[in-house]
Design a protein around this ligand. Structure first.
Ligand SMILES: Nc1ncnc2c1ncn2[C@@H]1O[C@H](COP(=O)(O)OP(=O)(O)OP(=O)(O)O)[C@@H](O)[C@H]1O
Ligand SMILES: [Mg+2]
Length: 150
C-alpha cells in the first residue's frame, strides 16, 4: 500500500528484509502475553547473533513499546523477526490494520500522546535502535521497521 505519512529517522537499507537475513519468528500481537512472547523472541534473536546483554535489552525495550502500541492503538497486529548472521543484526517489523497515524512526525515527538501514555514510546524506540522507520496510512494501519546490530 502507498503510505500516507512516514517518519524515517535512521533509514534502513533496501531491500527489506536484507538478502542475507533469515526469518526467525512470526508473532501475532493480539494479547499482552503475545507482547511478552514477541519480546522474548527478539531477545533470543539478539543472543543468536552474539549481542551482549546491554544491546539485547535496548532492542527488547524498543520492540516492547512498538508491540504495545500495535496492541493498544492498532487493535493488534503481527511482528516478524529476522536475523542476519552476515551483518550480525536483528530486524523487526510490526504491522497492524488499525486506524493509522495522521501525522507521524507529531506522533514521534516526545510527550505526544493521544491517550494517557507518557508519549515516550516511539521516540524512545527510535533512540534505542540503529535504524527506525514508521509508516502509516489513516484508516489502514501502521508499520514500524527496526534494526539493531549486535
Ligand atoms: N500502531 C499505532 N496505531 C495508531 N496510533 C499509534 C500507533 N502507535 C502510536 N500511535 C499514536 O502515537 C502516539 C504516540 O505513541 P507513543 O508510543 O510515543 O506514546 P504513547 O503510547 O501515547 O505513550 P507511552 O508509549 O509513553 O506509554 C500514541 O498516543 C498514538 O496516538
Ligand atoms: Mg506507546
Amino acid at each position: 500500500m502507498p503510505w500516507h505519512s512516514c517518519a524515517i529517522l535512521q533509514p534502513l537499507d533496501d531491500p527489506w528484509p536484507p538478502a542475507s537475513a533469515v526469518l526467525f519468528h512470526r508473532q501475532p500481537i493480539l494479547t499482552e502475553s503475545d507482547v511478552v512472547l514477541g519480546r522474548q523472541a527478539v531477545g533470543r534473536a539478539m543472543a543468536e547473533v552474539g549481542a551482549r546483554e546491554v544491546r539485547r535489552i535496548r532492542l527488547v525495550t524498543a520492540v516492547s513499546e512498538i508491540f504495545r502500541n500495535a496492541l493498544r492503538y492498532g487493535g493488534g497486529g503481527e511482528a516478524v523477526i529476522f536475523l542476519d548472521r552476515v551483518t550480525k543484526a536483528v530486524l523487526v517489523e510490526c504491522r497492524d490494520n488499525g486506524p493509522g497515524i495522521e501525522d507521524t512526525a507529531l506522533a514521534m515527538r516526545d510527550g505526544y500522546t493521544s491517550g494517557k501514555g507518557l508519549g515516550m514510546g516511539l521516540g524512545g524506540a527510535q533512540r534505542l535502535t540503529d535504524a527506525f522507520e514508521l509508516h502509516s496510512r489513516p484508516n489502514e494501519g501502521t508499520r514500524v521497521r527496526m534494526m539493531s546490530r549486535a
